[in-house]
Design a protein around this ligand. Sequence first.
Ligand code: TXA
Ligand code: MG
Length: 318
Amino acid sequence: MPLISLDEAVAALSKGEVVAIPTETVYGLAGRIDREDTLKQIFEIKSRPFFDPLIVHVHSVEQAKTLTTDWPGIYADLANAFWPGPLTLVCPKAPSVSPLITAGLPTVAIRCPKHMMALEILKRLNVPLAAPSANRFGHTSPTYSFHVENEFAHNVNIVEGGACSVGVESTVLSAEHKNGQWEVKILRPGGISRLQVEDLLRKKEYKFTIERVESSASPGHTKHHYQPRSPVVIVESFRDQKKLQQEIEQNLNKPVREITWLKLPNSPQEAARLLYQKLRDLSRDENVIAVQRYPEHSSGDWEAIWDRLERAATLYLK
Ligand code: TXA
Ligand code: MG
C-alpha cells in the first residue's frame, strides 16, 4: 500500500519525487515546480500531453506573487474572498516559471487549496507545487485515495486525506483590463460558481463583464475528459426503457446489457461531492451509465457538474 505520512511526503517532494496529495477538490499529483525532471515525471505518470498546462499550488498570496509579473487589485480581492479554496487565477507568468508548467503559454494558473494537509505540505516545503488531478489523462478524477491507487497501481506514493469535500476541480478564471473595464473569463467552471464571483465583483464595485469561454483558452480542458470505464449517456427527455436501449445500441453500434441510472442528489454541492465516486461505482462490464438532465439543473450551481458530465458523455439524447 503506497500510503505515506505527511512527514514522508514533505521529504519525498523536497527530493523531487512526485506524490499524490489530497485537496478539497480532487487528489493532485504533486511535484516541486523548480525541477524539470519532476515536472516531466508528472506528465509521464499521467500519460498527459505536454500541451496541457499544470496548475501551480501555493500556500499564500505572497507565494503566488513570486510566480507572476502582475497581481492586480481584482485578483487580490478574488484571492481574499476565495482562497484558500477552489478558484484558480490565470496570471502573466514570471520568467522563472518553467514553460513545461504553462505549456509554453505566457500565463500561469495558480491556486491555494483549502485542505489542511495540502496547506501544511506547501508551508513546510515552501516551494510551490504543480499538481494536476491524480488520474490518467482523460479519465475520471480521484476524490478518494483509493481512486488514485486504482489508477496508478503501486507506482505513486499517496498521502491519505479522506474524501474530497468539494469533489469537482477548481474554477479556472482570468481577468483582463480592457477599454475601461474588466473582462472576466471562466475557462473551466468548478468549485466556485460564476454567481459567487459576480456577487463579489459587484460588492467591490468593479466594472466588469463575465463570460464562460470554451476550451481553446484552457488547453487541457478537452471535449472528451473525465471518462469512466462505462460509456455515459445523457438523456434529456423521457423514453421508455426499451426504446432507450434501442436508441443507445443504434448510436453506440453495439449491444448494451444493462442501463444503470446515475441519480444525482438534489443539492448541487452534494452532487459535485459524489459525482466522480458514482461514475466509478456504476461502471460495469457491458453497461452504460444513463443520466437524466432535468431543467432545474440549469442553475449556476450545477454548471461545473454538467460541464463534467457532458465531457464524460459518449452520447447525448435530446
Ligand atoms: O482543483 C483543481 O484545480 C485540481 C487540484 C489537484 O488542485 N487540479 C486540476 O488540474 O484540475 P488539471 O491539471 O487536471 O487541470 C488543469 C487545467 C488545464 O487542463 C487547463 O485547462 C487549465 O487548468 N490551465 C492551466 N494553466 C492554464 C493557463 N495558463 N491558461 C489557461 N488554462 C490553464
Ligand atoms: Mg484533470
